[in-house]
Structures are given as C-alpha cells and as structure tokens.
Design a protein around this ligand. Structure first.
Ligand SMILES: [Zn+2]
Ligand SMILES: [Zn+2]
Length: 225
C-alpha cells in the first residue's frame, strides 16, 4: 500500500507554451520572435536556407502532443492537437541538411492506431510544414486518446476521498507503481490491473514524470521520455 502523493495541479496537456500547436513550433533555420522562447538566444550564424540548422540550445522543455485522426489518404498521417487536424510527415536526420532527413512514418504508422497519441519531444517545424525530431528516441506513442490522457492526469490528482475504481467503495490505497488509483483493496487493484491498468500504468508514470518537471527551464539531465 502506498500513500497518495498528488502531483502538481498546474500541469496540463493543453498548455500551449509547453505543448504547442504545430503552427507555434519553431521553424528549423529561422529566428522568429516566437522562436526565442524555445532557444537560449538568437542564432549565432544564420546559414543559407539549404542548411536549415536544427537548433539544440534549448531554453525550455516542450513537446508536440497529437492524436491520430482519420486520414482520407491511406498511409498518410493526420494528427489532431488543440482542436486542429493536420496532415504531417514526421522526419529526423542530420542537423544541418534538410534533403537528407528521412520520414519516420514507416516505423510509426503500424504502432500509432487511430485515436492513439504521439509525443514528439522538442519537435521543430520544417519548411514543408512537417514535424522534425532530433532523434527517433524523442518519440513516444501512447495507446490512448487525448481525452483519456487528460482523464488519467485528473485521476492522478484525485484525492483518496474518491471511490475505488474497481468497486466504487471508499478508497484507501493507490497503485504501488504509478501511485494512481484509488482502490479500496489489494484485490481490487489486481482485478483493475488485469482489466485496464496494465496498459495505463506506464502512461501514468510518464505523465507523473512530466508533472514533476520544471518545463520552464531546460535541463539536459532530464530525459523527458
Ligand atoms: Zn474496490
Ligand atoms: Zn499503476
């Protein structure tokens, strides 16, 4: 049995500063006023367009979080974030050579079902309005929709006065791994684990990690995924 330790109530996935809309992501190779909040200062040596430097001097943590939406074209990816749908490619590759970047969709699409979410840490926008990540490890797929992630986040913050998720009686304990719940007993924890929580637990741990981070100051020791 574990005591409930509530996470910061201020953290939420609709925060446009740390979970920006695609259009608000920094565009690779450009210094715009809005870009400055992502990086530690102006670009030192602006290069010709073809180089389009992937900046890494981050000032804050940020993440593009989107839910896979239905797409009219097979093999295309459409992501929904902040109420907007957009068709995108997700690319990675060399820091300074746009033409050598490669699509990650062949790896992503089989795992990212419709209604699932994808997190792209430190995503930047390309000239072609695709989303670029520095490395494939900066991507994580959640087997849940955005509403469900938000519900999990609310539940993490829910006080023990709430009813047991399995049977509805007065709760006294939380999942020993992710500290979410609540549950009235070990047996309710076990049956909720089998039916639902097995999938949720790792996602809740990720949300907890995010909730405990200070997103306003980039910390390279912090692996946010
Ligand atoms: Zn119960
Ligand atoms: Zn758990």
């Amino acid at each position: 049995m574990s005591a409930l330790s509530p996470v910061s109530l201020g953290f939420h996935l609709q925060n446009r500063t740390y979970f920006p809309r695609a259009i608000d992501l920094p565009e690779i190779g450009y210094d715009e006023d809005e870009t400055m909040r992502f990086f530690s200062g102006p670009m030192k040596d602006p290069l010709p367009d073809i180089y389009r430097v992937f900046r890494t001097d981050k000032r804050i943590h940020w993440c593009f979080l989107g839910e896979r939406a239905p797409s009219l074209v097979r093999g295309m990816l459409s992501l929904r974030a902040h109420g907007e749908n957009m068709p995108v490619d997700i690319v990675t590759g060399p820091a300074n050579w746009e033409d050598d970047r490669r699509s990650l969709l062949p790896q992503i699409l089989p795992k990212l079902k419709e209604g699932y979410c994808i997190a792209l840490m430190y995503a930047q926008r390309t000239y072609h309005f695709n989303l670029a990540v520095e490395r494939a490890e900066m991507i994580k797929i959640f087997p849940f929709c955005l509403d469900k992630l938000q519900a999990l986040l609310r539940r993490m913050n829910s006080p023990l006065s709430e009813a047991c998720l399995e049977c509805g009686t007065q709760a006294t304990q939380v999942c020993s791994r992710c500290k979410s719940g609540p549950y009235c007993s070990k047996s309710c924890q076990v049956s909720h684990w089998k039916n639902y929580h097995k999938q949720e637990c790792a996602v809740v741990e990720q949300l907890k990690e995010w909730s405990s981070m200070d997103w306003s100051t980039y910390d390279s020791d912090r692996m946010p995924l």
